[in-house]
Design a protein around this ligand. Sequence first.
Ligand SMILES: Cc1cc2nc3c(=O)[nH]c(=O)nc-3n(C[C@H](O)[C@H](O)[C@H](O)COP(=O)(O)OP(=O)(O)OC[C@H]3O[C@@H](n4cnc5c(N)ncnc54)[C@H](O)[C@@H]3O)c2cc1C
Length: 383
Amino acid sequence: MYRLTDQQKEVVRIASEVADGVIARYAAEVDLNARFPSEAVAALGETGLLGLTVPSEYGGMGQGMSAAAAVLDQVAQRDASTAMIYLMHLCGMACYTANPAVTEVHLRAAAAGKHLSTLAWSERGSRSHFWSPVSKAVQNGSGVLLSAEKSWVTSAGHADGYVVSTLAANAASPTETALYLVLKQDSGLTVDGPWESLGMRGNASAPMKLHEVSLADERAICVPGKGFDFMLGVVLHWFQTGNAAVSIGICEAAIQATTTHLTGQGFQHLGSRLSDLPNLRARLAKMRIETDKARAHLAKTVEAAEAGDASAMLMVLESKASAADTALEVTDLAMKACGGAAFSKHLSVERTFRDARALSVMAPTSDVLHEFIGRALCGMELF
Ligand SMILES: Cc1cc2nc3c(=O)[nH]c(=O)nc-3n(C[C@H](O)[C@H](O)[C@H](O)COP(=O)(O)OP(=O)(O)OC[C@H]3O[C@@H](n4cnc5c(N)ncnc54)[C@H](O)[C@@H]3O)c2cc1C
């Protein structure tokens, strides 16, 4: 559905091989032990996939949103935690690519599989309203001091680079934000608690604290004060479409697990399979229809966004909300179709059900997206 070129199909084939060969192998154990999937991230690095969207002049594959969506979809079919780590890395790459004067060395390292990135935007004080951080940079000679309480940072402590949001030192309004590149080794950056979650248990989305992290002005990813425009103009479409792709990959995993269960198990005393029950087949059909609808919408969205189509922004907003709703519905249907067996960990269905709960609460949350879309349709300002 993603309308890929032959070259992009080859990239997706490589991703699918990595996903089958490495990512799938560790997925259940990563979930059980809530541990970071280091093997999966290393495999993405070794195959060049951490450089999927890094421009070729910096050693990357130079791919856009369509290929990214197709690859994320593949990865999420095997392990949603790894897919989320990968998505946040790709969002980091979008930030780096917009300012290679600051980040070239890290873009090259990512392309070589040696740099993992993420976004540290959500704060305790403004919760899911990431566009309004409450922390504020303090000007310190030719640099800034950053102190902040970040509430959720995927790959916390594992990533090499963190794109951190904060109010600009001279901000006079809540959206005059700045984005800075903070590196793992910068003094004052610490993981501030464990990651103990219902789903996405492998992605280490723990809180982080910045205490007077001292950065040169050159670490600014965009013009201080213009972070809000940068978030919406440079990063939002990557996050939204990638998040939708992760939802769709989770749906696909639920369909595969349900199909295997329904066709492989049955009632011995009746000599029938579960798939002989029409209501279970109808649930599976509904799962397929909803997943195909969400994937078709996403494919159209990335095509429109890459073509710079005027309708793209609304579709970008829709894509995450729609796919996240679909993931909730499809994994719920999978639980119902597979009965008590789904409740147990011997099927992967319950993992897809738990993982799917994260997508709609990642910011912008589905509630907020519905509000944005409604406002846009009524000709109102979004903020
Ligand atoms: C698995 C996972 C990974 C994450 N990774 C990252 C990351 O890498 N970087 C990062 O910066 N953040 C990350 N986050 C944080 C995420 O983006 C959200 O900020 C976070 O989930 C919000 O949770 P909260 O409890 O603070 O929500 P709250 O803001 O307290 O929202 C509570 C409820 O209120 C609703 N709500 C809020 N505002 C409105 C409104 N204006 N209108 C209507 N309803 C509203 C919400 O939809 C939600 O249902 C991650 C979250 C998860 C779950």
